[in-house]
Design a protein around this ligand. Structure first.
Ligand SMILES: Cc1cc2nc3c(=O)[nH]c(=O)nc-3n(C[C@H](O)[C@H](O)[C@H](O)COP(=O)(O)OP(=O)(O)OC[C@H]3O[C@@H](n4cnc5c(N)ncnc54)[C@H](O)[C@@H]3O)c2cc1C
Length: 645
């Protein structure tokens, strides 16, 4: 980061706000900023953590190298006596999908959230010291989304006081769990509980999978990896497992507090979305300022592609979304703490709303981010397709987030059920809470008129909020009225599911917009910082309004003229953000190591480095390629008839 050349220095000088203060806003606090900065540099300077060769390693070498990094990371954590917060940041900056993600991100939280005190005392100390390695084994070959369809059984045997975990069919094999294939010694396995011949639904059980002495699977358990996944490098650093078992285990995990774990996990997924999105945006923004095409006058320099309005119109809403997701992620952290405290006090009243809101935000932010990474690749033209741009690997490693922890469409349908319930209870004693509180003003929202008369009127946060609330309330009420016409509500739900999903998306977009606006109401120090965030908030909201104009117009929430004024305002906001673009991505404070992109280098020294990287490819190890004598020469010399192919 501290190189001598800085091709982006002019861009940095244009910034109209205090970048150092913005770094703190992005990090969440000065403490987190300082900690992240220190740990990021520690990781970047350690050669074991290099990642520029991932795309060219064979699967076995790639996987072994991941094991090495995980072991080295743990060694450093112990040697440096890192706190839990520091250790988690270290794993974050190592930036490699690995079994440790599931151990710390799913196994430990599942035990913390769902096990009894006694079970926690037995398992957590082992897990914290990594004396056991755990994974989360829910999905089966035949069922993922439909958890009630899982086939694995856990039958209690009173004679031995044990549970017999059994996968009776091929489709009941556990299939996908990260870390299960080659590394985990233990798993939280989800199975149908059977006692006295009676079924009691799906529950979690801690199951030992492998011997702690020689790592061999325990008797009755068959385990392996499910094979190569999408993209080079990317998620292939992870072993995703398949297992069939008929082993007896002594562990009983009663059903409780599963929602708390879900809120926690989905909150981390939303946070991760802002990280992946900001990385892609940082690469595309820096490269767009370096890249020049057309527009040279009298032999002068050509135009930086970032100055094309179409480029800004594609890029700046993604930049704005990165900040929007950051703040909604921050708010979700608060929500998780709130839910946990309530659960501890046996108060379950806000759970359905918290559950719907985290499910919806997980879906919205991951879908957007996956699409946005691909858009950033296109924003970088041909070079974006090179692995050295960092974007193909980022895309490949990121896209499964749309599927794991709940398929995004299935999640939106859950949100829709909650929305429909909320609408049906309007006018009753039960008042809508939290993120659905606006529904309490449904009468007003059904008939209010947007007051915008000139483009600048769209800068008023209350105007934006009311337009978004009116759109969502009207879409929800309209689909609820259609639903009411069906004699069988379930049939209606299936039939109207596309409309229901659209209403859920509108509701989630409203949450993100409203949390961004709330963030701006806080005291935010630093010259120009709040102003820039205000612009980004408006870009985020007005771009959604523009993209979903059909919703806003068909519900009568705004007029066509007002839609057109919103677009005028958007163009003007792009011009205001333009001089600040590089500084806004610098505020993410990413090291070149973490970005892993030649196009996104801090110093903008793209071309020499692209050239250098290309020569590192194993194909360039020899000038004449392997295979020349067998396949190219005989072809050229018209000797294929005699060649041994
Ligand atoms: C990289 C990766 C890592 C994973 N890690 C783990 C792990 O550690 N542990 C674990 O247990 N699992 C894991 N999984 C599995 C993951 O959780 C499931 O794949 C996910 O829940 C989706 O379920 P599915 O595969 O059954 O999809 P399906 O439900 O079969 O989805 C197929 C299609 O059907 C649609 N669909 C399904 N139901 C409905 C409906 N009711 N209405 C309308 N459309 C519907 C979906 O939208 C989708 O388009 C992982 C998956 C991946 C890709």
């Amino acid at each position: 980061m501290d190189g001598v050349v800085d091709h982006l220095a002019d861009e940095r000088n244009k910034a109209q706000f205090d970048v150092e203060e913005m770094k703190i806003v992005w990090a969440g606090s000065r403490h987190v900023f300082e900690l992240s900065d220190r740990i990021a540099r520690l990781v970047a300077s350690d050669p074991v953590f290099r990642k520029d060769n991932r795309a060219t390693l064979s699967r076995k070498d790639l996987f072994k190298n991941t094991l090495r990094k995980a072991a080295h990371a743990w060694k450093r954590i112990i040697e440096l006596r890192l706190s839990e917060e520091e250790a988690s940041k270290l794993r974050f900056y190592v930036d490699e999908a690995a079994f440790t993600d599931l151990h710390w991100g799913m196994f430990v939280p599942a035990i913390k959230g769902q096990a009894t005190e006694e079970q926690q005392q037995k398992w957590l100390p082992l897990a914290y010291k990594m004396q056991i390695i755990g994974c989360y084994a829910q999905t089966e070959l035949g069922h993922g989304s439909n958890v009630q369809g899982l086939e694995t059984t856990a039958t209690f045997d009173p004679q031995t006081d044990e549970f017999d975990i059994h996968s009776p069919t091929l489709t009941s094999s556990k299939w996908w769990p990260g870390g299960l294939g080659k590394v985990s010694t233990h798993a939280v396995v989800y199975a149908r509980l059977i006692t006295d011949g009676q079924e009691h639904g799906v529950h979690g059980f801690i199951v030992q999978l492998r011997s702690l002495d020689d790592h061999l699977p325990l008797p009755g358990i068959t385990i392996g990896d499910i094979g190569m996944k999408f993209g080079n490098g990317a998620y292939n650093t992870m072993d995703n497992g398949v297992t069939r078992n008929g082993k007896c285990v002594r562990s009983n995990v009663p059903r409780q507090l599963i929602y708390g774990t879900m809120v926690f996990v989905r909150q981390t997924i939303v946070s991760d979305a802002s990280c992946a999105l900001s990385r892609a945006v940082c690469i595309a923004t820096r490269y767009s300022a370096v890249r020049r095409q057309f527009g040279s006058q009298n032999g002068g320099v050509e135009t930086q592609v970032i100055d094309y309005k179409t480029q800004q119109n594609r890029l700046f809403p993604l930049l704005a979304a990165a900040y929007a997701f950051r703040f909604v992620g921050e708010w979700l952290k608060w929500l998780y703490t709130d839910v946990t405290q309530r659960l501890q006090a046996n108060d379950f009243s806000t759970l359905p709303e918290a559950h719907a809101c985290t499910a919806g935000l997980k879906s919205l932010t991951t879908t957007f981010t996956a699409d946005a990474i691909e858009e950033c690749r296109k924003l970088c033209g041909g070079h974006g397709y090179l692995c050295s741009s960092g974007l193909p690997e980022l895309f490949a490693v990121y896209v499964p987030a749309c599927t794991y922890e709940g398929d995004n469409v299935v999640l939106l349908l859950q949100v829709a059920r909650f929305l429909m319930k909320t609408v049906s209870q309007l006018g009753s004693e039960k008042k809508p809470v939290g993120t659905t509180a606006y529904m309490g003003r449904v009468e007003h929202l059904m008939q209010c008129r947007c007051s915008v008369q000139k483009a600048e009127d769209w800068l008023n946060p209350n105007t934006i909020l009311e337009a978004f609330e009116a759109r969502t309330a009207r879409m929800s009420v309209a689909v609820a009225q259609k639903l009411a016409q069906f004699a069988n509500p379930e049939e209606g739900f299936l039939e109207l599911s596309p409309n229901l999903v659209e209403a859920s998306v509108a509701h989630c977009q409203l949450i993100v917009v409203s949390k961004f606006i709330e963030k701006l109401q806080q005291d935010i120090p630093g010259k120009g910082v709040k102003e820039l965030l205000g612009m980004l908030c408006n870009i985020y909201a007005l771009n959604i309004l523009h993209k979903h104009l059909g919703d806003f117009l068909s519900t009568g929430s705004i007029t066509p003229k007002q839609g057109s004024l919103a677009n005028d305002q958007l163009r003007s906001l792009y011009s205001q953000v333009r001089p600040n673009a590089i500084a806004l991505v610098d505020a993410f404070n990413y090291t070149d190591h973490y970005l892993g992109s030649v196009l996104g280098r801090y110093d903008g020294n793209v071309y020499p480095k692209l050239y250098e990287e290309a020569w590192k490819d194993p194909l360039n190890d020899s000038v004449v390629p392997d295979g020349y004598h067998e396949y190219i020469r005989p072809l050229l010399k018209n000797q294929l008839r005699n060649a041994r192919l």
